[in-house]
Design a protein around this ligand. Structure first.
Ligand SMILES: N[C@@H](CCC(=O)N[C@@H](CS)C(=O)NCC(=O)O)C(=O)O
Length: 265
């Protein structure tokens, strides 16, 4: 409904399940959304598990959806549909979901907290998701990996040697800061969706670069980052999700395993 205000929409769509629209067959960027929904125990439909789920993605990608006059055309999944709202961009979707799912700090007492959490998320996605993606697609997203193998080797070698320790070092600093508060979490002494994002990024990197991540863990300089990964994996809802068939295996997504890119750093 074009004339409905956001406040009204939230109210009217409060009980509507969320719908995650994402490619089937791989965790990909959609996984950040799934983890938030799973941790919160939210009711949601994941089109990756529907028989014709891929058609939902294709309909948005082609511009066939959304059909209404309020929502903007969307570029690439993940997409989140909630009531009559459809949005894209992983951190934007998380910004929408975080407060609704209770995955932020107490915003009444800490109204700036959301922007701190968002800053952590954007940094994690820059350095621990987008840059790893560029390790297997350094020249062009539209070319096959096989057509950019030599450049991929240069990129991946530099990534594990310089960029990965730099980003893990940053998150270690955050976890050592006063703002992190008590416990294993990044901000405010409470689990937020930023912790779930960092978990998923590190999890993917452990799959993609087992030699480098094992070495970094053994060196002990980023102990708090690895401890956060463990703490998230042990959350009861996350643990049962990770063991379920809803958790898809890594394949040809952001995090891929190529033996020739598995540098130790
Ligand atoms: N910055 C966007 C990136 C979205 C994106 O690249 N989606 C991928 C799947 S994970 C895709 O299908 N991209 C198609 C394209 O870039 O042409 C986000 O974080 O959601």
């Amino acid at each position: 409904m074009a004339s409905e205000t956001p406040a009204k929409r939230q109210k009217s769509s409060k009980d509507v399940p969320y719908r995650l629209i994402y490619w089937p067959g791989l965790p990909g960027r959609g996984e950040h959304i799934r983890l938030a929904l799973e941790e919160a125990g939210a009711e949601y439909v994941d089109t990756a598990h529907l028989e014709d789920g891929i058609n939902d993605v294709l309909a948005y990608n082609s511009g066939e959806q959304p059909k209404d006059e309020t929502n903007i055309p969307l570029f690439a999944p993940p997409f989140l549909q909630h009531g009559d709202l459809v949005i894209s961009q992983t951190p934007n979707i998380l910004l929408y979901l975080g407060p609704r799912l209770g995955l932020v700090t107490d915003l009444e007492n800490d109204p700036d907290g959301l922007y701190r959490i968002n800053s952590l998320v954007l940094t994690a996605l820059d350095g621990l998701s987008n840059e790893p993606h560029d390790c297997h697609h350094p020249i062009a997203t539209g070319l096959y990996y096989e057509d950019q193998k030599e450049e991929s080797k240069r990129k991946a070698e530099d990534y594990v040697k310089n960029r990965l320790p730099k980003f893990l070092g940053y998150f270690q600093r955050v976890l050592e800061s006063k703002a992190s508060g008590d416990g294993p979490w990044l901000y405010g002494g409470k689990l937020t969706y930023a912790d779930l994002v960092l978990f998923q990024c590190l999890d993917g990197l452990m799959f993609m670069f087992p030699k480098a991540t094992t070495k970094l863990e053994r060196e002990g300089k980023h102990g708090k980052v690895f401890a956060l990964h463990k703490a998230v994996a042990e959350r009861p809802r996350i643990e049962s999700y990770l063991e379920s068939s809803r958790r898809q295996k890594y394949s040809n997504g952001v995090y891929r395993y190529y033996e020739e890119l598995d540098f130790e750093g």
